[in-house]
Design a protein around this ligand. Structure first.
Ligand code: AQP
Length: 333
């Protein structure tokens, strides 16, 4: 039986963080064993907000290296760079004919980014969901391992797939976000304001490249507030966030101890943060070290990119030919 198809990408807009890891990459690594996986560096998507050529190149290499350092095996998956696949922008153009201005303008991420950068509300930003749909549909992807912030984009991808199928005939499966049956994840920033991010909230985001000292410094500065005064009281959001982070990297008995201290009102947030910092250091340091080694070997990275490109183009060329035919764009036969 043929394996089900998985597609997901990460923008090359900076250093990867534990939100990218626990929201997306952790699932990539699990899924590579049982699914037919296409994972890519979304360099075109970066241009909507980060058009600087000098930083694009190192960012692309680093995202590739960080994915591999986290455990992604380029022999098991197609690991490629988005702009190496010319069929993606062609399908993007086709899907744009089925995407309406009103629905694109209503997308939460568009509204957020347009508000944050009023001088750069470009058409690429508006049509981000159609490019993301093309990324997925070009391989007829069924599952998309992503963080919670991508839920709405996936809903739009399903709409575009349905519209194409309705207008031109059955062609695309409807893609769904995937997290092994669990809720999609959102890793909060350490200041309690929004999510960890590559290009915002840098002091409140834990990057996979942070030094041990920097990790300790950031975690110790995490917002915590006053200790509880009533036993078994409801945790404020910032404390929920600290426990959420602890559940990602700490041992069960450590978490249980701090839970019980919290409920007994004996918790010392300083101690909790110290423990969390050490557990984060143990998690991040090996990935950081591996990334450095992988990044140094450019020849190997080029080889990996080329192999990934070949694998990804095989299915992209097939899909695009089929889409052109169904749309009536096949004049030489
Ligand atoms: N904080 C987060 N928690 C859980 N998942 C997250 N992801 C991002 N931040 C979190 C997931 O990581 C994958 C790659 O994200 P992206 O590069 O495509 O873009 P993004 O969502 O805009 O991520 P950033 O890091 O915040 O980037 P910038 O700063 O460039 O905008 C996605 O699966 C995403 O859900």
């Amino acid at each position: 039986m043929s394996k089900e198809i998985v597609v997901s990408g990460i923008r090359s807009t900076g250093f990867l963080h534990i939100g990218n890891y626990f929201g997306a990459i952790r699932n990539y690594i699990k899924m590579q064993e049982e699914y037919n996986c296409y994972f890519f560096v979304a360099d075109y998507h970066s241009l909507t907000t980060h058009p600087d050529p000098a930083s694009l190149k190192p960012n692309v290499y680093r995202v590739l290296a960080e994915n591999i350092a986290c455990g992604l095996d380029p022999e098991k998956v197609a690991l490629y760079v988005q702009s190496d696949i010319p069929e993606i922008p062609e399908l993007y153009l086709m899907l744009n004919m089925m995407a309406y201005k009103g629905e694109l303008e209503k997308t939460a991420s568009f509204k957020e980014k347009a508000r944050a950068n009023p001088d750069n509300v470009n058409a690429g930003l508006l049509t981000y969901p159609t490019l993301m749909s093309a990324d997925i549909l070009i391989h007829k992807g069924k599952y998309v391992p992503v963080g919670k912030d991508q839920e709405q984009h996936l809903e739009m991808a399903r709409n575009f797939a349905q519209r194409f199928n309705h207008r031109y005939g059955e062609m695309f499966p409807e893609p769904y976000p995937f997290n092994f049956g669990a809720e999609l994840v959102k890793i909060p920033s350490l200041d309690g304001k929004g999510k960890m991010s590559k290009s915002e909230n840098e002091n409140a985001t834990l990057y996979l490249s942070d030094s041990d000292e920097l990790i300790r410094k950031k975690v110790m500065k995490a917002v915590s507030g006053d200790a509880p005064t009533e036993p078994n009281s409801v945790k404020p959001d910032v404390i929920e966030n600290l426990f959420l982070l602890m559940k990602l990297v700490s041992e069960d008995d450590v978490i249980a101890k701090f839970e019980s201290d919290y409920n007994a009102c004996t918790i010392r947030y300083g101690d909790m943060k110290k423990q969390l910092a050490e557990d984060m250091v143990s998690f991040i340091a090996p990935i950081r070290e591996k990334t450095i080694a992988i990044q140094e070997d450019k020849d190997n990275l080029h080889k990996i990119m080329k192999i990934g490109k070949e694998k990804a183009r095989e299915s992209s060329v097939r899909t695009l030919e089929q889409a052109r035919k169904m749309m009536g764009i096949n004049f030489y036969c």
